[in-house]
Design a protein around this ligand. Structure first.
Ligand code: NAI
Length: 319
């Protein structure tokens, strides 16, 4: 097994996201080294991964063609960074979202890696030009931003530094596809990348609608979970336009003016504070009280739903 497996891939930081990456790479048959500055974090991660993989296997939801035991065999902990980078084909950084910490980690890796490994960050919002500035191996650097929980939500945003080599982007794209993820190329860095820009646009208008008393917080969420969201799980907003008329040209011709009319009525950026935050908070707590137990139970339910949706999507004939 170990000799025929590809890799190794090195995960730096074995918290929530590092563990998910480790499981995804192992599902694709890659050997994985898990590194962390906290030995206990590595131990916890390995235990956690074992538990998760066994549960996934029992519910026939384990990714890849290998058994849980075979995948677990591919993942090892490593507490020496010099040894950890040896032979690595891809390094996925997953340390906390702190620019100075990440820059320190990248500077250290930059000093010990060769010319043939991709150095990738999981950052949610730090820009490649901030993260990778001045690195000798900047051509090999890229952001590969996953979506939580990455095991069930396959999207990965690939964001290059202005000096990232096109080959680095291509190679990372191919690697993500190989482990069953859905990579997209963000062609130029921008605050929020693409997913969070869309998400914040939705949150922003949701907030204004509640603030202005047009809809209740719980009904607002229903509009998405029982309306827009169902469609968006299969087709995006642009294809929705294309299908909701006789093609895109027909849609813009028919609805362009009314869209512009509505868009002009959108208000300013909300403050996300004051009376509205109280109102939204109370409404959310009626459904899910904000103590750790209720939040954890609801997250678990969400992940179960996402897992079943992922299964459904994989069973749908592709067109
Ligand atoms: P976490 O706090 O769960 O894990 C961070 C891990 O990094 C810890 O195990 C910590 O011991 C380790 N660490 C700290 N300093 C280190 C160092 N110098 N070298 C090696 N390991 C070190 O954080 P989480 O949630 O896994 O986030 C990691 C990254 O992934 C962040 O950049 C975050 O923005 C990004 N991300 C997080 C998502 C989420 O929903 N949690 C979603 C998408 C991306």
């Amino acid at each position: 097994m170990a000799t025929s497996a590809a890799g190794p891939v090195l995960i730096v930081g074995s918290g929530l996201i590092g563990r998910s990456w480790a499981m995804l790479f192992a599902s694709g048959g890659f050997r994985v080294k898990l590194f962390d500055i906290e030995q206990q974090q590595i131990t916890n991660a390995l235990e956690n991964i074992r538990k998760d993989m066994k549960l996934l296997e029992q519910s026939s939801s384990l990714k890849g063609s290998l058994s849980a035991e075979q995948q677990l065999f591919l993942i090892t902990g490593c507490s020496n960074i010099q040894e950890a980078v040896e032979g690595a084909i891809h390094i996925q950084e997953c340390v906390p979202e702190d620019l100075e910490l990440k820059k320190k980690v990248f500077a250290q890796l930059d000093g010990i890696i060769g010319d043939d490994v991709v150095l990738s960050s999981s950052t949610s919002c730090l820009l490649p030009s901030q993260l990778f500035a001045g690195l000798v191996h900047v051509k090999q650097c890229i952001v590969a931003h996953p979506v939580n929980p990455p095991y069930y939500v396959p999207l990965v945003e690939l964001v290059p530094h202005p000096e990232t080599a096109p080959a680095t982007v291509d190679r990372t794209h191919a690697l993500m596809q190989k482990i069953g993820q859905s990579p997209v190329r963000v062609l130029r860095e921008v605050d929020g990348f693409v997913l969070n820009r869309l998400q914040y646009a939705v949150i922003s208008e949701a907030w204004r609608l509640v603030q202005e008393g047009i809809v209740s917080p719980s009904d607002l969420d229903l509009v998405v979970s029982h309306g827009l969201g169902l469609r968006y799980a299969f087709i995006g907003p642009l294809e929705t336009m294309h299908l909701n008329a006789e093609g895109m040209l027909s849609y813009c011709d028919r609805y362009g003016e009314s869209m512009k009319h509505v868009l002009k009525t959108f208000g300013p950026i909300p403050e996300f504070s004051g009376a509205t935050v109280e109102k939204v908070h109370q409404a959310m707590c009626v459904k899910v009280p904000d103590d750790p137990e209720h939040l954890a139970a609801r997250r678990q339910w969400r992940d179960q739903c996402l897992m079943r949706l992922a299964k459904l999507k994989s069973q749908m004939p592709s067109q």
